[in-house]
Design a protein around this ligand. Structure first.
Ligand SMILES: *[C@@H]1O[C@H](CO)[C@@H](O)[C@H](O)[C@H]1NC(C)=O
Ligand SMILES: *[C@@H]1O[C@H](CO)[C@@H](O)[C@H](O)[C@H]1NC(C)=O
Length: 455
């Protein structure tokens, strides 16, 4: 029997409205008890038997706020912030483990965690602060460090907003940009398939789309739009000489997804709410007021310890802990580069401060479509069903329950049977619908660990 806690994208920001820890504890117990009462809950599409706890009491209690509404956090609702940041996960874990043991009259053998977006962020906290909470973790696109991600999300929006301004890029123009990115970079991997397998190898020059005199503006980009695009695809820095790195940029290839997130018709709600309710505690503050001083203040304040960016996982690794992490290049809300940076930082720290081999404990894969969230009718061309959180929640089952097609099986094999994960294989379904016709699988694709070039 395994204990697994799933904290998925659909739980993001629906966090914990309870004002006291005591109340929260009660609700977490209630939720876990309900799950336990149904005895063994099998993960969809998985033959592995897991007992699943989830931390989503508000969803249970019928809260209907927007997914990105941060007003639960304040002003000054310290307990809610801490719960959302990390405490809810830890307490649910402790409670669920004790209930599991009670229910089965024996202790669990291994505990697993799977989470995406803010779930990925919380998984990192679990490993660094409570290394005994989990043995194996599957982390998708961690929304981390929050204090740097939030201003980056706001900054991306500011590059093009408001709608109709000189820098505004309409939806149809994004289609032009995507076609041009593919024209320039699709063939780098040797296959013309509408997928830029390694966007970092793509030296994208959108200037080729610059409007000539008297051109129809729907067929090209103005120099202001090209300026905006250049900033969207450049790393975000702060400081007098732009020396302080804040967050990684968009990469070429995800242009069908980006306007579904930060650069769409309406400014993304979350960063503004973060400053209003978590950082400044000023409900009248407007998104346009974001400046370097506020960004720095948010990073320094780190309310509730929202940032979980610790490179020190040595205690977790020393217990034999394993991580499989994935991130999607075309992620429209959390750019992938920062996942890779965290992986590199953990690797360097582990080598410098222990005798442990980080490769025995941590693998990270890049996917051409992984989430965390988007208009799912507009998925890209990449293969993305491999048992990650997005696939499990939104109808992208694994091809089989076996590794390398199923990331859950892969981590269990690695942790319990010493079968190392060399790669995963993701599926693409026709029309992104597992039910469409007889030939439902369009193709499968190997996902490469970061650092292993496809080329
Ligand atoms: C706003 O409230 C949060 C939660 O109580 C706190 O962590 C933060 O420091 C406050 N911000 C300011 C500027 O006082
Ligand atoms: C820093 O970056 C901003 C935004 O890209 C730019 O406008 C500014 O000129 C840069 N400053 C320096 C000193 O390079």
């Amino acid at each position: 029997m395994h204990f697994q806690l799933q904290f998925g994208v659909d739980l993001f920001f629906w966090a914990f409205l309870q004002s006291t820890t005591e109340e929260y504890r009660w609700m977490a117990l209630l939720k876990v008890t309900q799950v336990t009462a149904q005895t063994r809950v099998s993960c969809a599409h998985s033959s592995l038997s897991f007992l699943i706890g989830t931390t989503n009491p508000i969803h249970q209690s019928g809260h209907t706020g927007s997914l990105w509404d941060g007003s639960f956090a304040g002003p000054g609702n310290d307990d809610a912030i801490i719960d959302f940041a990390w405490r809810a996960l830890h307490m649910t874990t402790v409670a669920a483990k004790s209930i599991t043991t009670e229910f089965y009259h024996r202790p669990y053998t291994k505990s697993y965690f799977m989470g995406c977006s803010t779930g990925g962020r919380q998984g990192i906290k679990a490993m660094s602060a409570f290394p005994e909470d989990y043995d194996g973790l599957i982390l998708g696109s961690p929304a981390n460090p929050f204090g740097q991600l939030m201003p980056w999300q706001a900054k991306q929006g500011h590059q093009v907003h408001p709608v109709g301004s000189a820098r505004w890029i309409p939806q149809d123009t994004w289609k032009l940009i995507h076609a041009e990115a593919l024209r320039q970079c699709d063939m780098i991997d040797g296959v013309q398939d509408g997928i830029i397998s390694d966007p970092l190898a793509c030296d994208f020059h959108p200037e080729t789309l610059k409007c000539q005199l008297n051109a129809d503006p729907s067929t090209c980009l103005t120099s202001k739009q090209l300026d905006a695009l250049r900033d969207l695809y450049a790393p975000y820095h702060l400081g007098p000489d732009n020396q302080t790195y804040v967050f990684s940029p968009f990469v070429p290839g995800g242009e069908y997804a980006y306007p579904q997130g930060l650069v769409g018709d309406t400014p993304f709600q979350m960063p503004g709410d973060y400053y209003r309710y978590f950082v400044l505690n000023d409900t009248t503050w407007q998104d346009e007021q974001l400046d370097e001083a506020v960004v720095t203040m948010g990073i320094d304040l780190n309310p509730g310890q929202m940032d979980t960016y610790s490179p020190d996982l040595t205690a977790f690794f020393a217990r034999g802990g394993k991580i499989l992490q994935y991130a999607g290049w075309d992620d429209e809300l959390v750019s992938t580069g920062h996942s890779n940076k965290w992986f590199e930082d953990v690797t360097a720290h582990t080598i410098a401060h222990s005798d442990l081999d980080p490769n025995d404990h941590f693998h990270i894969e890049s996917v051409n479509r992984a989430g965390p969230l988007s208009d799912l009718t507009k998925l890209g061309n990449g293969a993305w069903a491999f048992g990650g959180v997005l696939g499990r929640h939104f109808g992208g089952p694994t091809v089989t329950d076996e590794a390398p097609y199923d990331i859950q099986t892969a981590i269990v094999n690695w942790l319990e049977f010493d079968r190392e994960v060399t790669h995963l294989v993701a599926a693409k379904y026709r029309d992104d619908d597992e039910h469409s016709g007889g030939m439902r699988i369009a193709f499968t694709r190997k996902l490469c660990p970061v650092g292993v070039s496809l080329l």
